[in-house]
Design a protein around this ligand. Sequence first.
Ligand code: COA
Length: 385
Amino acid sequence: MSTCITGFAHTAFSRWENEDVESLLGMVINPALEDAGVEASDVDAVYLSHFNGGFSDQAFTSSLVMQNSPGLRFKPVTRVENACASGSAAVHAAVRAVESGKARCVLVAGVEKMTHAKNAGELLARACYLKEESRFGSFVDVFAQITIKYFETWGDHSEALALIAQKNHENGMKNPLAQLRKPFTTDFCRTVSDKNPVISGELKLSDCSPVSDGAAALVVCSDDFATSRQRKVRTAGISQVNDYLPMSKRDMSRLEGCALAWQQVFAASGLSLDDLDLVETHDCFTTAELMQYEAMGLTDYGQGATAIKQGWTRHDGKLPMNLSGGLKSKGHPIGATGVSMHIMAARQLLDEADDMQKANARNAGIFNMGGSGVANYCSILQRME
Ligand code: COA
């Protein structure tokens, strides 16, 4: 059964001081259904992506999706969690439900409220393997460690990190939904300053995604269910690869789970890297985007810097990466991120990406990562002619 995305809604990613998980969800559920042209009564199942991890006192959030949408009452709603990849976990669960024939129309929502927390870094660090990695006070510390390992193995590529940060902020300037709509020059990103302090190890402020609030929702349908609807984007393939949680059991100079997830999604879709017109990739830290260039096969291991230095991943390059601004500029409200990535890719394929638009985009890749390369999800979305 072929599946497609038919509609979506997306709050700005921001510091939403007066909102909570419930009200953020309320901003996207009905708008996504309306955008897809479906009634709540058409929905066979709902998947909610919400990491929580201590950010929300309100646990057990699945049924909050129906607070403003009584038509969803008595529907099966399941909350899914796979750290920063929870959003793709929800999208993939919906795609599988439709592919299996058990559902024809599935609503996916993702949400996180983080900016109120005084201990955001500490809460996020709980997604590490605590028996060995409790020394990390934040995920910045985790990726600082990974950056050291990468530089030890492949050389100092801090210039590439600065170029990636500059690119994603430049892209984010064109996205009204982005949290950090600030142009950062490469010189600013490569230099430690009062405005760009070291956060941990080799990582400066400009290398990190921000702490964010936001929500996003989309509708996944079977192709035949969606026939009368005007707008749809095909899900050409999905893949998921989980790796060991402890970093001590993995070679942290490369992202092996990410590489395998890309290989599997290419096999599932019958497409190759050369067929992709753009990629939304998980730049929680600039090092992550650099390592993902290598894992997806854009360059050999240790050579990822070439992709950004040659301009391949810029807006006018051969494979634009994070035209939305990525997590770096758009923001990273954990549960909403993977859903947002699918929406940003779908908008490109529908020619609805406004100033972010890449002309004639046919195939869009998505890579969403949970933890330090632990949960790895790839999707390929395709324009329907
Ligand atoms: N990149 C660029 N600028 C940022 C930023 C980021 N990640 N985070 C905040 N800023 C800016 C703010 O807009 C603000 O600018 P202004 O002074 O011009 O208004 C300034 O920096 C200070 O903001 P503040 O919120 O006080 O920053 P902070 O020092 O509390 O937080 C980090 C900065 C990097 C520690 C925080 O963003 C962080 O923890 N990021 C990582 C989140 C994470 O681990 N996510 C999970 C990934 S797996």
